[in-house]
Design a protein. Structure first.
Ligand SMILES: Nc1ncnc2c1ncn2[C@@H]1O[C@H](COP(=O)(O)OP(=O)(O)OP(=O)(O)O)[C@@H](O)[C@H]1O
Ligand SMILES: Nc1nc2c(ncn2[C@@H]2O[C@H](COP(=O)(O)O)[C@@H](O)[C@H]2O)c(=O)[nH]1
Length: 197
């Protein structure tokens, strides 16, 4: 058996800083679960995405998203500043590359909350990432949550539900599925997957 070099200790694979990607259909509760988890564990670093979507009431630039113009998004993409990006229901969204890589290099676990297309791109470029799918308890409950949130007009809800059917069908591509029946339970399970504790 090979000896452990002096000054180092064997690190079990699960103790390494990990890139966790949380995806799932619009309205399933990704932001709610992540916010709940980070209230107790603010040390979980969540990437702030850039988007061309307009802010919802209460959303702050640099906190919930970097709200950018179409031209700014074009530049971010052209300059290779995004780790991944996608068009979703009429807007573009992308993950700023440098901030994520800096955190990972510093040994900190990183969480991305992104759509299916983005998750697939991360799987290609960073195969070590753990992909977690957040599923609704049922289709009807997903529709209730998305509609009940009251943030999108009916035609945008329709677009998001069309995307949701595609996203639900892609669940087998993910490493893990969590069913969002209870925010508290899922937040605890997600925390365990991020390797923070
Ligand atoms: N476990 C749950 N039980 C009941 N309602 C929930 C649960 N989780 C989230 N919700 C509610 O569902 C709605 C959608 O949640 P949220 O905005 O977090 O979804 P999301 O997946 O982040 O959506 P999007 O991808 O569109 O940003 C919110 O009104 C939220 O309060
Ligand atoms: N591919 C990416 N998807 C992202 C990113 N940031 C957010 N999202 C996803 O977009 C939809 C819609 O979000 P909303 O805030 O408008 O409701 C949702 O699935 C998010 O997870 C990103 O950087 N890249």
């Amino acid at each position: 058996m090979a000896a452990t070099p002096r000054g180092t200790s064997p690190v079990p694979p699960d103790a390494r800083p990990r890139l966790t990607v949380l995806s799932g259909p619009s309205g399933v509760g990704k932001s709610t679960v992540v916010a709940h988890m980070r209230k107790e564990h603010p040390e979980v670093w969540l990437s702030v995405s850039a988007t061309t979507r307009k802010p919802r009431p209460g959303e702050q630039h640099g906190v919930h998203y970097f709200f950018v113009s179409d031209e700014e998004m074009d530049k971010l993409i052209a300059n290779g500043e995004l780790l991944e990006w996608a068009e979703f229901a009429g807007n573009r969204y992308g993950t700023p590359r440098t901030a994520v890589l800096e955190r990972l290099e510093a040994g900190e676990p990183v969480l991305l909350e992104i759509d299916l297309q983005g998750a697939r791109q991360v799987r290609e470029s960073m195969p070590e990432a753990r992909l977690v799918f957040l599923a609704p308890p049922s289709w009807d409950e997903l529709v209730r949550r998305l509609t009940g949130r009251g943030t999108e007009p009916p035609e945008v809800i329709e677009r998001r539900l069309t995307a949701a059917r595609v996203e639900l069908a892609a669940e087998p591509e993910f490493d893990q599925t969590l069913v969002n029946t209870s925010v508290e339970d899922v937040a605890r399970e997600l925390l365990a997957l991020t390797n923070v504790v």
